[in-house]
Write a protein that binds this ligand. Sequence first.
Ligand code: AHM
Ligand code: MG
Length: 333
Amino acid sequence: MQPKTLGEFVIEKQHEFPYSTGELSTLLNSIRLAAKVVNHHVNKAGLTDILGAAGNNNVHAEEQQKLDVLANRLFIDALVNREIVCGIASEEEENYVSVAGMKSDNMNKYVVLIDPLDGSSNIDVNVSVGTIFSIYRRISPVGQPVTLEDFLQPGRKQVAAGYVIYGTSTMLVYTTGHGVNGFTLNPALGVFYLSHPQMKFPEKGKIYSINEGNYVHFPLGIKKFIKYCQEEKDDRPCTSRYIGSLVSDFHRNMIKGGVYLYPPTSKHPSGKLRLLYECNPMAFLAEQAGGKASDGYRDILDIEPVELHQRVPFYVGNRDMVERIEEFIQIYD
Ligand code: AHM
Ligand code: MG
């Protein structure tokens, strides 16, 4: 039998939201469409003048790549043109975009937070990159311009979250709080098919993923955890795998079992990754797949955000491994 398409799956699952108006389904369909367009550009990147730096910096003073800028435009346009959200926040935009302010009859209730193309250091070298998205119901009244508080909600309040991985194949993986499902793009047809139903972390994790080049700057607890992973004892040593693309590292670890770490370093004292559009969506997916995400002390999903581009230390993956990291931090830091 032909596997289910993403479009069919989204419609079939609409009943899981009792008072659903179909708005979330339409929103997920817009993300699916934008993902296909971005995939098309990522795939032919070497053939057009799209590789390299765009010549400007984003809000984090990081050099924007041309593909970063393009992916940002494509996702924002797809969401604005279809008039399906009331607000958008992006890693590439300093301020949030109020779609409700642009279209006065906008009665939509969802805001989207997005990292349009994550893993920018991999763009020019043909290594997997990804898109990460997070969806919330707005808090402020419908029909008005959105406010900052609509975006500064703890991860627990997410209605849906997911990522697109532009890898050896392109996949869209998402959750609405009823498990995690993965869909693979058939490039010949331009259709995503359900290929990974109900994804779960394996019982035990064996992989640790961290940029060990920063080792000397890590907190003592993290150094001890790395040494623990390398020890010849019980079912260790673990294997080290690091792509430097959160989506790809997370995706592999969810399938094979492992943990991703981005601790505080001297360059990034609060960690490097952004709470709202990198850590929270991954944390929601991890929890739904039987894993866990922490900043070393708290569950990522419980953190009350204070600013749009806030950074946090981030440990995500197999529950046992994340809890082990928390123990090491508690003992040594
Ligand atoms: P980006 O949003 O600028 O692409 O940065 C986020 C990325 C993550 O995908 C990745 O895990 C991490 O930064 C890699 O950082 P580093 O090069 O410091 O190891
Ligand atoms: Mg990013």
